[in-house]
Design a protein around this ligand. Sequence first.
Ligand SMILES: [Zn+2]
Length: 457
Amino acid sequence: MSFGRRLGWRETAYAVLTCLIGEDALVTAAFTQNETGNDTRNRAGCAGTKPGSQHWSPRPLLPLQTGLSAPASARRRWLVDGEEFRRYVYTMTTYSMSGTLHSDWEHWFLNGLHNKLQSRGYRFVEQPDLEPDTDVRLVLNFVDPKSPRPFRRKAQATYVVTVAVSDEPVVDVLRAGYPILVRALSNLLIYVIRQADRFDTYFVTLEQGYYKVPYEPGQDDAYFERIFERLEPLATSNLIIDNEFHPDLPEELWEGDEITAQVSEAAKKIEAMNLWPAPFPIQDILPPEDFRHVKRLYGIGGLSYGNLSARKDGRRFWMSASGVNKANLRKIGEDILLIKNFDAERKLMELSVPPHVQPRRVSVDAIEHWMIYSEHPSVGAIVHIHAWMDGVPSTQINYPCGTIELAKAVADLVRQADDPSRAIIGLKNHGLTITGPDLEDIFERIEGRIIPQVPMS
Ligand SMILES: [Zn+2]
């Protein structure tokens, strides 16, 4: 590939995606200010490319029109991943398959799902390697539950659905299924447990939810319709989990303020109520190479559940970081971050951090909190826990965490509440999002009413 000419968008997207999956791809780049006052994005090329792979040197790839509002002199770190490029390469909903079919049942399942997906306009990409311009949205990854082979996606926007069939009885579906989900690096697990002449189909989600999809003999079409309905939100939703860190946090906030102290206290209270499930130790069950892959693609260091935030002022709010121990939120920029903007054009959250810290990502639900704070000035705090309460309005579709679709579904229900600043919203098969004028008010309203187990359907 020659870079002596200006690249078309497809080539650019492909080049960057290829860069992303390079062994030790350096995927950071910097913004600099040129003399005309326009931001120019300089990307660093792949470092350490393998023999025979493409290689290029750092150079500006895309002209940038972003309307950034941050101080022009600030040097900003730009975390590149597949999401930004998805919109350039995504033309229609596509799916692909990976892994090996081990049984007649899997052939039957794949065939049934093929027919359903294709009748709904999905296009099967048989050999994704031959279609590098196509960003496959959905991958069905068939694995042996005893040794689940990971599927390493090339782009963040590819949702991997792992299918594992067990011929042995399983007592605890979540306990047995969740490690398979994580080891296969998937977004969702379809866990099928077969006994004699029957089978049960369970969906296991990254949010530690699981539910059963019924099958009645002879009703194949109804069964695949139900499977499709559950997969469609994955194949059509859009993650907003990219962070852009601006080292412009005023010095008087480097150690936090009275609001971050409240956030930290509230998180301890929720810990005492036993409502933060232990983070799942992905680093213990993933080989180092796969752990690096997950980190590179999603910027996460672990899976933890739940988050909380509190408003700083008209536009900004403090929020817990992703994957941290919420019983001990201390450092600004690492445990608690200040969100100052959502850039809809570039689909990322902008955060102010102290210049001396190596920042962590903010919780993936930042987009949801952003939407609620922006719309309702009376909301001063938001808590999200994986627990339930009786009689709460609930979302109907369980979109994955961190997607704009989930954020919109929750924001819609907050808007419909009698008092949006005191709303308690159920997230189907997932948990609760609770708004309040402040954190104290939230605790007063939920005390004694929490059901630790989220109902699954
Ligand atoms: Zn959650």
